[in-house]
Each structure stands twice: as structure tokens, then as C-alpha cells.
Design a protein around this ligand. Structure first.
Ligand code: AMP
Length: 143
């Protein structure tokens, strides 16, 4: 059981910003920027790889709605990064799927997220891009 299961069960407190039958949004304790919010499905999902279609629809549908509410909450917010870390190799520290909504402010001094601050394009030929794209494309409909 993760700390987010406990928050959803009401066993530990959180700063809730939105809730419906399927989704909970609450402030990330770390507040990378003021308003930093986490959106989670109420049904336990470990990570992006574990979503059924119904749960994915319910959670993803709320992201723009909650993003708009966050933006409207503070006139200094000029952007929002949405980030989900999936798997320890990707920096997931709480093994319960969550979507970070991180408000951004003009000149907030953050260097941004992984994309687009890192540019490895010099290492990729058109053939290499195509090979990667084809390998991904070939996976659809396999399940
Ligand atoms: P990640 O590294 O993507 O798994 O992010 C986990 C996030 O959970 C971190 O940003 C933490 O600050 C946040 N977090 C951990 N415990 C709590 C908590 N009790 N309430 C709110 N946020 C939490």
C-alpha cells in the first residue's frame, strides 16, 4: 500500500483541490511551484502501463479541467507542465500513478522538464528516427 492509497482511503490528510467519484486531485507536498497539484485515479493503478481504458478516460478527461482551475487560481500563472513519472527508472518514487500539474510563472527560474531542454537530435539520422518510429508503430494492435 502506498501513501496515495492512504490519502484516498482518508487515513492520512491531504490538501484536496478536486474530487469526483473516480479522480482525486491534491497538492503535492513538495510544491515545486505554488499550486503544484497531483491528479490520481481513486482506483489503484501502479503506473501508466496499468491503466484500463475506462480509468484512463476518467483521469485524462480531468487534466484540462483541473489545469484550467489551477491557472485561474492565480493570475501570475502563465503555463503548466504536466508530467507523469512511470517506473523507478523514470523517477517514479510513489508507485501509484499520478500526474503532476506544475504551474509555471514568467521568469520562475526553473530549467524545465526533460523535454525540450535536452536535444540529442545531432545523434539521430533520418533512418534512425524512422526505425524507432516503425518499431513503435508495429506494436499497436498486438495485444
Ligand atoms: P514521483 O517522484 O513522480 O513519484 O512523485 C511523487 C510525489 O509525491 C513527490 O513530488 C512528493 O512530493 C509527493 N508526495 C509524497 N508524499 C506526499 C503526501 N503525503 N502528500 C502530497 N504529496 C506527496
Amino acid at each position: 500500500m502506498t501513501i496515495f492509497d492512504k490519502i484516498i482511503n482518508g487515513d492520512i490528510p491531504s490538501y484536496k483541490v478536486y474530487e469526483n467519484q473516480d479522480v482525486l486531485a491534491f497538492l503535492d507536498i513538495s510544491q515545486v511551484t505554488p499550486g503544484h497539484t497531483l491528479v490520481v485515479p481513486k482506483k489503484h493503478v501502479d503506473d501508466i502501463f496499468g491503466y484500463d481504458t475506462d480509468t484512463a478516460q476518467k483521469v485524462l478527461l480531468q487534466l484540462p479541467i483541473i489545469a484550467r482551475a489551477i491557472k485561474a487560481s492565480n493570475s501570475d500563472i502563465t503555463g503548466i507542465n504536466i508530467q507523469s513519472n512511470n517506473g523507478p527508472s523514470a523517477g517514479q518514487s510513489v508507485l501509484y500513478s499520478h500526474w503532476h500539474l506544475i504551474p509555471r510563472f514568467d521568469n520562475d527560474g526553473l530549467t524545465g522538464t526533460l523535454a525540450p531542454t535536452i536535444d540529442n537530435s545531432a545523434e539521430f539520422s533520418p533512418e534512425r528516427y524512422q526505425k524507432i518510429a516503425d518499431a513503435i508503430k508495429a506494436q499497436f494492435g498486438k495485444e
